[in-house]
Design a protein around this ligand. Structure first.
Ligand code: HEM
Length: 358
């Protein structure tokens, strides 16, 4: 077990290798930008809503100044949208007669209500600026996530736009299988990401989103009780136990123990010091497939920022709806009036349809 002195030395050694912060200094290396999916483009709203990007940027900047936690909330909301049925804003839909919405599924219960409200408020501002069904809720999520990263000190990057919104939400089971649990180790995480064409580098870079925000004790208490996970630093575990003294405590603690409200590379320095909160975090430093990437990002903030930008653009294009697919929702929480989703057909209609088949 490392002594406190050794730990301080590790932090100091890693910290002094860090490149200066690259916040707001433009896009990631253009040569490494992932391809833009057909149907999306950087200037999608050039004619229909030229102010779209600046409206979202200003809203997020002002709102995050008042509540820094909103940045984490908006970033996580985009991730939870994209990993389940693609980036189609389905996570925002209220439940209906067909069943509970994605928001009711266990991994989504801790999404911040303030983030859902912010998306609706942004949509209202965009309606005033450009009309009711011009900018999609899924594009608002992608822009708000990027602007949250920038507002908390992270990298600037360009967001491809033109996503359309789904009229249907995913099942509770799809949410559970799309979003890996915090107890997952690297092989399971890699499997989950491979299904949506993300690799080990994307996994490590995107997990860097845990440089901001909070987690409930329930998300990591299995690493404290009945006994400490040996992969967790003992001093760190002792501090966590002050917030979460017993299993079942309903409290929250920062994801990043060093700089909880700043988007920087300290998340990786934490992992090197065995101060990652979840198994899904700490195992990135234990598994040979991901350890060198963690070490690189811990030592070089610019390398992390560049890769984070690339991986966010990749994540933001998962199974997007474009062109005439889906719809641009008038209200981000409900599909447009008159839209019939497959699961909504009354059984009597389905029966009639069946009778045609036979
Ligand atoms: C790789 C698998 C991932 C797992 C297993 C995971 C798991 C979690 C869990 C359990 C929480 C805490 C929830 C709570 O207890 O309240 C959390 C918070 C958070 N996650 Fe992840 N996450 C993953 C990936 C990501 C990605 C890809 C991003 C963004 C790029 C992200 C961004 C966040 C943020 C910002 C928070 C804090 C939210 C807040 O404070 O409201 N996570 N994550």
């Amino acid at each position: 077990m490392a002594s406190a002195t050794t730990l301080v030395m590790v932090v100091a050694a890693v910290a002094c290798l860090c490149a200066p912060a690259a916040a707001g200094d433009g896009n990631a290396d253009a040569t490494r930008q992932p391809p833009v999916v057909s149907g999306l483009s950087f200037d999608f709203y050039r004619k229909s809503c030229p102010k779209a990007k600046s409206v979202v940027r200003k809203f997020v900047r002002d709102a995050v100044r008042k509540d820094i936690g909103l940045a984490a909330g908006l970033l996580r909301l985009h991730f939870h949208d994209c990993f389940v049925q693609g980036c189609d804003a389905s996570v925002l839909l209220d439940g209906s007669a067909t069943g509970p919405g994605e928001r009711q599924a266990p991994p989504n219960l801790t999404l911040r209500p303030s983030a859902f409200k912010a998306v609706n408020d942004i949509r209202d501002s965009l309606e005033k600026a450009c009309g009711a069904t011009v900018v999609s809720c899924s594009d608002i999520l992608a822009l708000a996530a990027r602007d949250s990263v920038v507002a908390s000190g992270g990298p600037e990057y360009k967001v491809p736009l033109g996503r359309r919104d789904s009229a249907e939400f995913a099942s509770q089971q799809d949410v559970l299988s799309g979003l890996p649990p915090p107890t997952a180790a690297v092989p399971a995480l890699l499997d989950a990401l491979a299904k949506i064409k993300l690799d080990a580098t994307d996994l490590v870079a995107l997990s860097g989103g845990h440089t901001v925000g909070l987690a409930h004790c329930s998300s990591f208490e299995g690493r404290l009780f009945p006994r400490r996970d040996p992969a967790m630093n003992a001093t760190f575990a002792g501090r966590l136990r002050r917030t979460c003294p017993a299993a079942g405590t309903d409290r929250r603690t920062p994801n990043d123990v060093r700089t909880p409200n700043v988007f920087d590379n300290m998340y990786y320095v934490n992992l090197v010091n065995r101060e990652g909160l979840f198994t899904s975090d700490q195992d990135l430093f234990a598994d040979a497939a991901t350890k060198p990437i963690v070490e690189k990002f811990a030592a070089d903030e610019k390398a992390f920022f560049d890769q984070f930008a690339v991986s966010m653009v990749k994540m933001g294009q998962i199974s997007v709806l474009t062109g005439s697919q889906g719809q641009v929702r008038r209200n981000c929480s409900a599909r447009n009036p008159g839209t019939v989703a497959a699961g909504d057909l009354p059984w009597s209609v389905l029966e009639v349809a069946d009778s045609f088949v036979f």
